[in-house]
Design a protein around this ligand. Sequence first.
Ligand code: OXD
Ligand code: MN
Length: 596
Amino acid sequence: MASLTQNQSVLSWIDEKAELVKPDKIVWIDGSEEQIEALRAEACSTGELIKLNEELLPDCYYHRTAVNDVARVEDRTLICTKKEEDAGPTNHWMDPEKAYKMLYDIARDSYKGRTMYVIPYSMGPVGSPLAKIGIELTDSIYVVLNMCIMTRVGKKVLDVLGDSNDWVRGLHCKCAIDAENRWICQFPEDNTIISVNSGYGGNVLLGKKCFALRIASYQGKNEGWQAEHMLILGIENPQGEVKYICAAFPSACGKTNLAMLIPPEGYRKKGYKVWCVGDDISWIRKGEDGRLYAINPENGFFGVAPGTNDHSNPNALASTKKGTIFTNVARNLDDNTVWWEGLDKNPPVNAEEWTGKKVNGPEWKAEGKNLAHPNSRFTAPAVNCPCISSEFENPQGVPISAFVFGGRRAKLAPLVYQSRDWNHGVFVGSIMASETTAAAAGAVGVVRRDPMAMLPFCGYNMGDYWKHWIDIGKTLDPDKAPKIFNVNWFRKDDEGNFLWPGFGDNLRVLEWILKRCDGEVDAKETAIGYVPYAKDINIEGLEGEVSLDSLESILDVDKSLWETEADGIAEFYGKFGDKLPEELSEELETLKANLK
Ligand code: OXD
Ligand code: MN
């Protein structure tokens, strides 16, 4: 098939890689509906995909990964920089020369009998000044079809690239899906990603975590912008003004739910609306007016299915009703639809659980077993989302009023607090941590530090990354810089009950945040920053659920708990040696002094 570009850097790289992996043929993905349809048909003919009920789920497909290949593999995700120090203490590192040799040995001849698909894709609206281009080579139709949802794909991307060499190289080889030889390697100094022996989403949809976070965070450091693990949402007030917030949370904290939040009834009646710009990743850059602007580099949602339902996230559920690929959920064999834990209370009787075994759903559940894999996913086009923002395609992005960090802390962090200034805000992001839930393997309630929710996604030394945040602040006029906050939806009482209803009611907290940004409300200065007066959080309509007293209790700052926390922070910071920015050690000293 004729190539879709004359770009020499692209053509010679593809030649080189084809020489290595030896495909039977090379197919360029042009982004046309005919080509996509033909690939779906081919994947259905081999069993790689199963077509779902066309009436109930039009253009939707089902895919099952290998049972040993169901999640990102952090211990096999490497940052390959010449100097180990540049990867830093929170990444796994390998010398690039050694890594290339290891990967090429694994990849060699692995496309024999297979097709090499060449996917030109844009992260961000095609041609946007904030967008970047990548090319992924893959031997998986599943990957092609997912990339066609998650990114903007095809000839138009190559037209924008022209003969530029500024694009990210990505090579994916399924090989034998051998867990022992599975590697997801980033070479930030070479704009290159190589992924072998996996067929699961985050490991193989190279535009997402590998490029849009790991490689892009490194590019952002060198080019003066930021790639963050943040959702972007717009809040429209009854006057029709929309303000935008970027928010970072570790996994299992409800990020997709917050991004697509439905306002509580009282707010809806008044005319409040929430618009989703993105649910996972933000690329952020200073605009001409001196404010920070963000785009969502993705074009779809790769969401966790279990727990998604009409109450938790009706917008996400609606997004999956057409043109969606489901991975590792359960199938209802009676009507050829899908099911997952938490979708509803009616597991299908005539079911196929996620590994493909035919089971009786209710009996299977009664034995305590899952029908869908806990990390099963939907890949849904962003345009399907009922609350997708009208600015989703805006090439300039949206202006950011606030950055919000958050985690799951049963006792420590108040419902919300505001940092004193930018550097203190960077400190607040750097000390982010979350208590592990039963959803993940390992002990429950253990504090995992996850600065800015970037722990597995920062493509360079986290100390340098913090410094980059501090440096960005220096370029901003304090009046125009986003204000920085921390939220915690997960405070519990002594009996272990959640004290805040969460979901749509989180808008009440976002409202306070925006009022703070506009200087419309006072706050109490505490050892950790500014905390709301309980009366300033609107709890109208929450009678019986949240009282002024319970609100006060989740706004309190327990100094003795924070003293223990400060020790934990000091220990964590210790890992970074002289890469820890001075500004952050000063902030830690201030915190300790404030707690005295
Ligand atoms: C994701 C993740 O899948 O953060 O978005 O793990
Ligand atoms: Mn994520």
